[in-house]
Design a protein around this ligand. Structure first.
Ligand code: BGC
Length: 791
């Protein structure tokens, strides 16, 4: 690389360290370097635009992937996204997110894997391996302490050394050890230093101590200091907008504030990455041949089914036997409008979404499958479900959208230049199905005109609450208007948005609609009546984009709207009530003990309904186990502190997050870490443990083939020191067996199981108990162990 670096001017070198636009680095053809393109994110590859004309496979949310407890499946998911990246011309995928689920209030909880660092690290490492097998880089994010969203740009997160090393840095360290080519640094500060400028963590720990040879890219607009970030271990500042480097960094080098070798080292890392991903002439790419192509729909469906956690199944109500069913009620607004992915930069536009109702209707041919909304938690009206045509005004470019919503950030549809666009016009012909008062809504940000049937119905400007991207895209404002329409009579609807010059790179405009209908009480009554007259009531409840998203934390763990009341009332009239929870992170389930079954499905990705049908009807076993504890009451949660005081959040709970804290408090949660039922039963026959390995033998004692996640926990025998958890996850493995079959699995236990951070890693010798468990609260076999050596 050095011969190439010596051919570059200082300006050229610095140009390689910052975005040339939202998503890419510049090319320097003179040295045979092509432009490197980046894209979000953990569940799909959005590409450089957000346009419906360029859809992306949407996998289940990262927590769902972790709920499979299956690194091999995570690797397959990674391979699929590597394949998608190549299809979309993306060289660096901005993920995975391995921040820990410190508290269920964290807005991006759904985007993280687990409350446990081992599980997070193993899933993250396997995912990264899979993506990179396609010669596409990854950036494990967000280093470190971005475990909540409130004031994320400015907050100083104060984390003690032990918790930092043993919990929060551990998954990053694991991914780096697995060979990840990139790291994204976080918005927040840690222990007084902004992460983008955090020399102790980025240079000393990540690069020097862990030997990381890839690039550190800033989170988008996280780099705010010119010299501090240059000296603090950051290699690439993104995006071009408000970038503190460029000419300012050139000037800082010329002024002697930043040595040129520091720049050269960053360029060396950028060129190394470019070489790895095949963008540098003369350097053979890291990967010569790619894995066979995968079927995206099939991977999305498998991950979903294996992630669903069957939390309760009284009297084996599941799986359902279609032969016993005449009529099935599928209830809930999310049954037709499933939330398949979480809000924020993790969003992509999938090619299709199979809703729970679609999936069940298809799978239950011959059964009368009926639907009622029951309770609608969505605060904004959903987009009018009619195909619409969109014209980019000024550029004279047209494209079609499947429903009346337009949204993108970065590249414009059709590759149009933002400065050419003066507005957009979304036009559709709507044929009402009912007579009466139809509600139309304009939501998004900017200046809008709405014309329905030739009459102007709204004209005005919607201002987002703040100026951040999250504010723009995730907290839209909404204006409603009511229009009387006659059934069957087509009406022209036009939503026109005026866009200020040069501002067309970020657009969000939705034309919402609600047909005339019954009152909220009427909706509930209708659903209850339908449930009473059906063999089974499947109620789909969950959160909305306004509850779980990047950009803000959750205000409450309760299900929004009247969904709790809906479930309680349906359960009163139908003893075979199956509740499907469509939420990315824990929600309160006050009715959980009163319903026949509870299935937790996370944000299940584009194949949501197909996977749901397979699991409810028993074609697939619900394979998931909880990667995070689900509380009974919000106040029982050990950590709820996400709002900075005087600009800081103290992680004063130390090591006690997740089950480590629930264990100490002794309060039983609703569902423990690791919990999840299957459709068969298991007998644990034998456990033999050494400090390096647990060997577990178990038998499938049920009547169908099954999959079990064998979990191994370790902890000191007898009382633990007050500052230490009682036990922690030490290893895990997925096994499969036929009825009556006995299998033996060898589970490696990492040396870190027995170590603490004490200014350095130190093995704590002594007597330990190793437990093989079905879940944290369902231990099956224990073995005593003496640890005296360093693993
Ligand atoms: C998010 C990152 C994301 C980046 C680019 C940021 O707001 O925190 O996770 O990769 O935007 O979209």
């Amino acid at each position: 690389m050095d011969h190439l670096i010596s051919r570059l001017t200082l300006e050229e070198k610095v140009s390689l360290l910052g975005g040339q636009d939202f998503w890419s680095l510049p090319a320097i053809p003179r040295i045979g370097l092509r432009s490197l393109v980046m894209s979000d994110g953990p569940i799909g590859v959005r590409g450089t635009g957000w346009a419906p004309e360029d859809p992306s496979v949407a996998l289940p949310s990262p927590t769902a992937l972790a709920a499979t407890w299956d690194p091999e499946l995570a690797r397959t998911a990674g391979r699929l996204l590597g394949q998608e990246s190549r299809r979309k011309g993306v060289h660096l995928l901005l993920g995975p997110t391995v921040n820990l689920q410190r508290t269920p209030l964290g807005g991006r909880h759904f985007e993280c894997y687990s409350e446990d660092p081992l599980l997070s690290g193993e899933i993250g490492a396997a995912f990264v391996t899979g993506v990179q097998e396609h010669g596409v880089g990854t950036t494990v994010k967000h280093l470190v302490g971005n475990d909540f969203e409130t004031d994320r740009m400015t907050v100083d997160v104060r984390i003690g050394e032990g918790a930092l090393r043993e919990l929060y840095l551990a998954p990053f360290e694991r991914v780096v050890a697995a060979g990840g080519w990139g790291v994204m640094s976080a918005y927040n500060s840690v222990n007084g230093l902004p992460m983008a400028s955090n020399e102790p963590l980025q240079s000393d720990v990540l690069k020097d101590e862990w030997g990381f040879d890839g690039i550190v890219v800033s989170d988008w607009r996280a780099a705010r200091e010119t010299v501090g970030a240059a000296l603090g271990g950051l290699d690439i500042a993104m995006p071009a907008l408000e970038n503190p480097w460029g000419p300012r960094l050139v000037a800082a080098v010329r002024a002697g504030q930043v040595p040129e070798d520091v720049i050269d080292e960053k360029v060396r890392r950028v060129l190394r990455l470019a070489g790895r991903v095949g963008l540098l002439d003369g350097v053979p790419p890291a990967v010569g041949s790619f894995p066979a192509n995968l079927d995206g729909d099939a991977v999305a469906k498998t991950v979903a089914a294996r992630s669903f956690v069957l939390a309760r199944n009284e009297h084996d109500v599941l799986p359902l036997r279609p032969a016993d069913l005449t009529r099935v009620a599928v209830i809930g607004a999310l049954a037709t409008d499933a939330r398949v992915l979480g809000g924020g930069s993790a969003q992509v536009t999938p090619p299709h979404v199979i809703s729970p109702l679609d999936g069940l209707t298809r799978a239950l041919a011959g059964v009368d499958v009926v639907h009622a909304v029951g309770a609608d938690p969505r605060p904004f009206l959903p987009a009018l479900a009619e195909p619409a045509s969109v014209t980019l005004l000024g550029a004279d470019h047209r494209f079609d959208v499947p429903s009346a919503a337009v949204r993108w950030i970065g590249d414009l549809p059709g590759g149009i230049a933002p400065e050419d666009v003066t507005g957009l016009e979304l036009r559709t012909t709507f044929i009402p199905r009912q007579d009466g008062e139809h509600v139309f809504a304009v939501s998004g940000f900017g200046t809008f005109d709405l014309v329905v049937g030739g009459e102007q119905r709204y004209s005005g400007t919607l201002h987002p609450p703040g100026t951040g991207r999250a504010d723009l895209l995730l907290s839209p404002r909404e204006q409603r208007t009511t229009v009387a329409l006659a059934a069957g009579v087509p009406v022209e609807v036009t939503l026109r948005q005026t866009i200020r010059p040069g501002m067309a790179h970020t657009v969000s405009a939705t034309l919402g609609h609600r047909p005339p209908g019954v009152s909220d009480d009427g909706l509930l009554a209708e659903a209850v009546a339908l449930a009473a007259g059906s063999d089974v009531a499947i109620v789909v409840v969950g959160t909305t984009e306004q509850v779980e998203s990047e950009g803000f934390d959750r205000a409450s763990l309760a299900l929004p709207g009247r969904q709790d009341e809906l479930v309680a009332r349906v359960a009163e009239v139908n003893p075979r009530t199956v509740v499907v929870v469509n939420a990315g992170s824990p929600v309160l389930l006050p009715w959980a003990d009163d319903v026949a079954a509870v299935l937790l499905t996370w944000f299940p990705g584009q194949e949501a309904g197909a996977a749901l049908a397979d699991v409810l009807l028993g074609a697939e076993e619900p394979g998931g186990r909880l990667p995070t504890t689900w509380p009974r009451r919000e106040e029982d949660c050990p950590v709820l502190h996400v709002v900075p005081r005087d600009g800081t959040v103290e992680y004063d709970e130390g090591l006690f997050i997740g089950y480590r804290a629930w264990d100490r408090a002794g309060t039983p949660p609703r569902y423990a870490f690791g919990h999840g039922l299957g459709y068969t039963t298991w007998r644990y026959d034998d456990l033999a443990a050494t400090p390096a390995e647990a060997v577990v033998t178990l038998t499938n004692t049920g009547s169908r083939p099954g999959r079990e996640v064998v979990q191994v926990y370790a902890g000191p025998t007898g009382p633990s020191a007050p500052q230490r958890p009682a036990r922690w996850l030490a290893g895990f493995a997925v096994v499969e067996a036929h009825p009556g079959e006995t299998v033996t699995v060898r589970i490696p236990l990492p040396g870190r199981t027995w170590q603490i951070w004490d200014g350095g890693w130190r093995t704590v010798p002594g007597a330990y108990t190793v437990t093989a468990a079905h879940a944290l609260d369902d231990p099956r076999l224990s073995a005593a162990l003496q640890v005296s050596w360093c693993g």
